[in-house]
Design a protein around this ligand. Structure first.
Ligand code: C2E
Ligand code: CA
Ligand code: CA
Length: 888
């Protein structure tokens, strides 16, 4: 084996061991090739134990552009080329396209000097190749870029401290060839002082450390003393001892790039400062140049045509609404002169289309090193819609939705302002007029809310028309309007205005099926009375209104202090009444109801009394209306009903009659509307085991007529329980005959106003006569209330009124007194039916029989009721007068 071959084999082995190169051995005689494992791996063939491969297994994978070269190399070797070859070529690789391989080879001759084998190695040079390629590309790119940008070159000889400036270097700065010497000063003196230190530092570092390229940007003054931005690249050239000899490099003008960069940065800043929403307009105010940049969107928001130049402050300020300008300027000033950095302000501007719109600006101040504001920049948003919504909300909060009039809050606010003004400046006096529609609820309930709303809106419109200019008309609750009357001190003037308002309300409303006439109760409070608060004044106006209402409505009242005292008393009473029930201060008095024909007790009416710890016995007129108003009437009425039935059960047991004693209990309108009344009645009947027919509920005619349909229903339900119903205070409530016919009532109670002076006033006698006849026709009986004299009793008996109740017979009295009375009566008549006994009512005809007929009583007078010790009550009085009734 030749030394060469020996050498080669050793090399193969080494190479294989190193694991980097593959080896190959081509037998030219058999045209087979041995490929080592690494070789197979490199050309992407599976490892194989086969020792002989066909050359094409290798050559077939070589890149088409390289294969001819490779073949040529191999053929040249085989043809006797004396030198080994090496060639770079690409082979297809499985994963990454082409792989670069370096192939080295040499021919092995036989003894005859004829090549019989070709042997060689193969190495992967892909990474190196790629790196070279990248390098070349970047070199190319650099060359291209340098050519395109046309850099000026410089060469600084450090030993002589002279610089060669290329023609281009000079022309970049606008100088001709001979205008620049070779001094470094030509360069350095033109660099902007702020940048020079950085340039110096960079150069110094080059000269010390050296060898590494540098790049720096700075400003230079050109031939026209204009500032230009330059980029300078360079490198130090070192001698053998690494001492810098020269600095060489290039300089290029980057002013354009810098300007765009700057602009970009500025616009980015602008954007950052301002970009709240894509819809925002941007503005950027350069304080030094007094110029404002307005973005296209800014213009668009104000409807400014694109061809109009906008860059001045006046372009903005002139569009701001004059009333908003001072505030706007103040906001800007504040930002400018304080150390605030942010601004947020809302104002109005006139849009190009003539409309006035709301805008919100947000801005930020950019300060320089001396904390002086250099720029103000920010965004602008059109907030017209939001503002409108806000205004709408504010309007809604202060106005009534149905009529659009100011509401209670706004009215109170205006009254408050008026009172403030009065206090501060002693300005003019004013008044508050409250207008409450009478019986509006009835209209609403019976004719529907559509009609109700129509009545309200029409009334509002009418009141608006008659109100004086400048007076505030408000709707303060469902059917209550109020007017703030300016400049009125005299009640008479206010009343005159009230009359105009009342007249406006009274005009008939034309309805599809006829006319509707409304009336109103009006109350007036005047600021001359002296008020601390708006609430107080409005409250007094309502007090006056309530008085007008309780006097029958359709009238006006001016508030006076007596009214307030009354109201104060009511308030006190209110709180006391709330505890009265719990403290058992309420009790029932019973007033006997007499069968006029026999003079015997037929039953009782239960009348509530309040044993007030300080005031003594309080009559119901002083607290029932109040309880009705504050709702206490419901529990109070329930208590009265239970108490009275329980008492009746006791007395029915103690004083049995063929027709059991009866008990009448008063029911208030509110109670009557209470759904639980029927259940309650059923329960008390059941609890106390009294015959249903002996319980009678009294409801006033007026209450029934507030809601005739509803009343009819409630009455039917009660009547179905078997109890009796009485229409109380009959004659005062103007009920129509048709209703009277429909109500399932058993009794008409003739109001005491007709009974009193019955004998002296002829029309009273006529009315009572008609009523009792009417009752007889309708199948009802009559009870005359308030019989105080014998004449009245006689008259009533004459016109066939069956029952009577009054001081003549007995006052309302506490239960023990009733019992005393009943015992005496029982002693006299036993258990006999009143009709079956031949001694009648004579006992009450005589005055001297021992019972008292009281003097006329005021509300304060409590008469004999006040005491709990029973007064002598007439019973068993000797019969001295002929019986008015014919007996058989
Ligand atoms: P009313 O139902 O009309 O009761 C009759 C009133 O006439 C009673 O007044 C009674 O004391 C009074 N009276 C009876 N005889 C005479 C008389 O000869 N002359 C005069 N001048 N008056 C007479 P009172 O007890 O003050 O009750 C007043 C009103 O209070 C009652 O009128 C009734 O509407 C109401 N009331 C009383 N208790 C209750 C109750 O428990 N519930 C309800 N809802 N109302 C009640
Ligand atoms: Ca009654
Ligand atoms: Ca009555």
């Amino acid at each position: 084996m030749s030394t060469l071959l020996q050498e080669l084999i050793e090399r193969y082995e080494l190479a294989e061991k190193a694991g980097n190169e593959g080896v190959w051995d081509w037998d030219l005689r058999t045209d087979t090739v041995y490929l080592s494992a690494r070789f197979l791996e490199l050309i992407g063939l599976p490892p194989s134990v086969a020792t002989a491969h066909r050359p094409n297994e290798w050559l077939g994978r070589v890149h088409p552009e390289d294969i001819d070269w490779l073949n040529a190399c191999l053929k040249g070797q085989a043809g006797g080329m004396p030198l080994p070859f090496h060639m770079e070529h690409r082979v297809r690789s499985e994963d990454s396209g082409w792989r670069w391989l370096l192939c080295r080879g040499v021919a092995v001759d036989n003894e005859d000097g004829k090549p019989v084998r070709l042997v060689g190695s193969i190495a992967d040079i892909t990474d190196r190749k790629l790196a070279e390629q990248c390098l070349r590309q970047s070199e190319e790119r650099y060359a291209l870029a340098a050519a395109a940008s046309n850099d000026g070159l410089y060469d600084w000889d450090l030993r002589t401290d002279t610089i060669y400036y290329s023609l281009r270097w000079k022309s970049l700065l606008g100088f001709a060839e001979d205008e620049i010497s070779d001094s470094p000063r030509e360069w350095l003196d033109r660099v902007h002082p702020d940048d020079l230190i950085w340039l110096q530092a960079t150069l110094d570092e080059q000269l010390q450390a050296g060898g590494k390229p540098f790049q720096i940007e700075y400003r230079m003054a050109d031939a026209c003393v204009q500032t230009r931005w330059m980029v300078c690249r360079g490198i130090a050239v070192l001698d053998e001892e690494s001492k810098p000899l020269r600095l060489v490099g290039s300089q290029a003008d980057i002013t354009d790039r810098k300007t765009t960069e700057q602009q970009l940065r500025e616009s980015e800043e602008r954007y950052a400062l301002a970009a709240r929403a894509a819809n925002d307009g941007l503005w950027d105010w350069r304080v030094d140049t007094k110029e404002i940049f307005y973005s296209p969107r800014w213009r668009e928001m104000l409807g400014i045509a694109p061809n109009i130049t906008l860059n001045r402050r006046s372009d903005w300020f002139s569009r701001v609404m004059p009333e908003d300008l001072p505030d706007f300027k103040a906001a800007l000033n504040l930002l400018y002169h304080s150390d605030r950095t942010h601004l947020e302000h809302e104002f109005r501007m006139r849009h190009g289309d003539g409309s006035v719109r709301w805008y919100l600006i947000r801005g930020a101040a950019v300060r320089d090193a001396n904390n002086i504001i250099a720029r103000l920049a920010g965004s602008m948003t059109d907030i017209t819609l939001r503002k409108r919504a806000e205004l709408q909300l504010r309007f809604d909060a202060l106005h009534d939705a149905l009529t659009g009039l100011p509401n209670r809050n706004l009215l109170l606010d205006r009254i408050g302002q008026g009172l403030d003004r009065l206090r501060r400046t002693g300005g003019h006096h004013f008044g508050v007029l409250l207008i409450d529609l009478d019986r509006f609820k009835t209209v609403n309930d019976s004719m529907g809310t559509t009609v109700g709303d129509l009545v309200l809106t029409t009334t509002a419109a009418r009141l608006l028309r008659v109100r004086r200019m400048g007076d505030t008309l408000a709707r303060i609750s469902a059917d209550e309007f109020a007017v703030l009357i300016e400049e009125v001190g005299e009640p008479a003037a206010a009343l005159a205005l009230a009359q105009r308002m009342a007249d406006a309300v009274c005009r008939p409303f034309r309805m599809a099926d006829g006319e509707l006439v409304m009336t109103a109760s009006l109350g007036i409070a005047l600021s001359v009375t002296g008020y601390e608060s708006a609430d107080e004044m409005l409250r007094d106006a309502s007090l006056a209104m309530y008085r007008a209402k309780s006097a029958g409505g359709a009238r006006s009242e001016v508030f006076d202090t007596r009214l307030r005292q009354h109201a104060l008393k009511q308030m006190r009473l209110d709180s006391e009444l709330r505890t009265a029930l719990e403290r058992q201060e309420l009790c029932l008095f019973y007033q006997p109801i007499i069968a006029l024909g026999t003079g015997r007790v037929h039953g009782f009416e239960a009348l509530t009394r309040w044993r007030h710890p300080e005031r003594g016995l309080v009559p119901p007129i002083e607290f029932i209306p109040l309880a009705e108003e504050n709702g206490l009437i419901v529990p109070l009425g329930r208590w009265a009903l239970r108490e009275a039935t329980q008492q009746l059960a006791v007395w029915q047991w103690a004083y049995p009659r063929p027709v059991p004693l009866s008990m009448a209990v008063n029911v208030s309108p509110r109670q009557f509307r209470d759904d639980d009344l029927i259940a309650l009645v059923a329960k008390v009947l059941d609890d106390h085991k009294i015959p249903a027919a002996s319980l009678k509920l009294e409801i006033t005619e007026g209450a029934l007529m507030q809601d005739p349909e509803g009343s009819e229903q409630a009455m039917r339900a009660l009547h179905d329980l078997g109890i009796k119903l009485a229409i109380d205070d009959f004659g005062t409530g103007y009920s129509s005959l048709s209703y009277l016919h429909r109500f399932p009532a058993d009794t008409l109670k003739i109001d005491k106003s007709f009974v009193s002076e019955l004998t002296r006033r002829r029309e009273n006698a006529a009315i009572v006569h008609v009523v009792s006849t009417l009752a007889a026709i309708l199948g009802m009986d009559t009870v005359a209330e308030g019989i105080e004299t014998q004449e009245e009793a006689e008259f009533l008996l004459d016109i066939n009124c069956s029952f009577g109740q009054g001081y003549l017979f007995a006052r309302p009295m506490p239960a023990p007194e009733v019992e005393a009375l009943m015992s005496r009566e029982h002693d006299k008549y036993g258990d006999a039916d009143d009709d079956g006994v031949d001694i009648g009512m004579e006992w009450w005809w005589t005055k001297d029989a021992g019972h008292t007929i009281p003097e006329a009583t005021g509300p304060e007078a409590t008469g004999p009721e006040a005491t709990s010790t029973p007064k002598t009550v007439a019973t068993n009085a000797p019969v001295t007068k002929k019986r008015p009734r014919t007996s058989h």
